[in-house]
Design a protein around this ligand. Structure first.
Ligand SMILES: [Mg+2]
Length: 170
């Protein structure tokens, strides 16, 4: 089952106090189409202020399949650790931070816009997952392939009546 634990339109719609209530101490964000558009080289101001607020209550990380160069301005603007080339749905990024920061799986949540990478990685690592809608249709080339898989997964879930695009839940 690849159903995310929560589903929200954007990172700004997530109920962070509820996450805190549920014992989450560590937020892991995907970058492209979750925090920012693919062609936004600099981190948007709204994201900087959201993450600054969240850092008071949570440890915050970015785990991305994109390059170190792509992540650098975000890492600097947000003053957080960002892991590049994570190869999600592999879980090596999670393993890296869980060890380094002595976290428990029950404290961690993966937040991203793609089921076959972000959500699957979170499920495989057995942590909470939150799906958000992609900020734009424009994706990396490799992602276009993932989107095809994702469409299939979503249409299967829609037929079963357990998930519907745009019907958000927490
Ligand atoms: Mg993404």
């Amino acid at each position: 089952m690849l159903l995310p634990d929560m589903y929200k339109k954007t990172i700004f719609d997530i109920n962070y106090p509820l996450l805190k209530e549920r014992g989450i101490t560590c937020l892991i964000f995907d970058l492209d189409n979750t925090l920012a558009l693919l062609d936004e080289k600099e981190c948007p101001e709204a994201v900087i202020s959201l993450i600054a607020k969240l850092k008071k209550d949570f440890k915050v990380f970015i785990i991305s399949n994109n390059t170190k160069k792509r992540l650098k301005p975000y890492e600097e603007a947000l003053e957080i650790e960002a892991i590049s080339f994570a190869l999600k749905p592999l879980t090596k990024g999670f393993r890296q931070i869980i060890k380094k920061y002595n976290l428990k799986k029950a404290e961690m949540v993966m937040i991203g816009d793609q089921i076959p990478t972000d959500i699957l990685a979170g499920k495989r690592f057995k942590i909470m997952t939150i799906l958000v809608d992609a900020l734009a249709k424009k994706d990396l080339k490799i992602t276009s392939f993932n989107r095809l898989i994702e469409k299939r997964i979503i249409s299967r879930y829609e037929k079963k009546g357990i998930f519907k695009k745009g019907e958000y839940y927490e």
